[in-house]
Design a protein around this ligand. Structure first.
Ligand SMILES: N[C@@H](CCC(=O)N[C@@H](CS)C(=O)NCC(=O)O)C(=O)O
Length: 205
């Protein structure tokens, strides 16, 4: 059984002592496994997804068995790629291009270009440019399987329109856009974005 708590980061509740005790980094999300004794907090999205994959997804519906060497490694590669090489740039673009009062052209150009470069890497992967076969998902054999790699990446890129990136720039990445739509069309994704959790549209960026 699981429950969720919506954290309104605009109120800085993520910097309060009770939250920092769970995640000293003071950022969402954090996961708390009350089945463990003592209860185990898990921070960092990718570590959380891999924790859930190991603890809960025992039939590997959204993950890959460790002895499925290629697919297991692919999922880690793409999850790490976004976590280390995508999400930090995405955050900096939001900061410099949208939130910062002082608009610094160098920083905006630098981080926007890096984010576009990362989108280009994902486009290569999804288009199958150097392999021949397009992919539906980031990891797994053939066209791939919806997995933790997609789950870790999609929620950020879905918000590309809040980064100042234009429709024209996004049109360079047709397979990435199809991937965004494909995942958005999944029933469980729709439920997770439903009214109960759908706070993002309230953002005044
Ligand atoms: N590396 C972290 C990044 C988490 C992150 O950047 N969270 C943002 C929201 S997307 C946040 O909590 N921002 C509020 C703050 O920095 O105080 C992870 O993957 O969990």
């Amino acid at each position: 059984m699981w429950t969720t708590t919506v954290i309104d980061i605009s109120t800085n509740v993520q910097k309060s002592d009770w939250f920092l005790r769970l995640n000293p980094n003071g950022r969402i999300p954090v996961l708390l496994d009350n089945v463990q004794s003592p209860p185990l907090p898990v921070m960092e999205t990718s570590a959380e997804l891999l924790y859930l994959a190991r603890q809960v997804d025992t039939r590997n519906v959204f993950s890959f068995a460790e002895n499925d060497t290629a697919s297991y490694s692919e999922a880690l590669q793409w999850l790490f790629f976004w976590h280390g090489s995508g999400a930090p740039y995405h955050g900096q673009v939001i900061h410099f291009a949208i939130l910062a009062k002082e608009k610094l052209p160098y920083a905006i150009t630098r981080f926007t270009n890096e984010l576009l470069r990362v989108f280009g890497v994902l486009e290569i992967r999804l288009s199958g440019k150097y392999i021949g076969q397009p992919r539906e998902y980031l990891a797994g054999p053939g066209a791939g399987k919806y997995s933790v790699a997609d789950m870790g990446t999609w929620p950020w890129i879905k918000l590309w329109m809040f980064t100042g990136i234009t429709e024209e720039q996004m049109s360079e990445f047709p397979h990435l856009r199809q991937w965004l739509d494909r995942i958005e069309g999944r029933t469980a994704v729709q439920r997770a974005m439903g009214d109960k959790y759908k706070k993002v549209d309230d953002l005044k960026l």
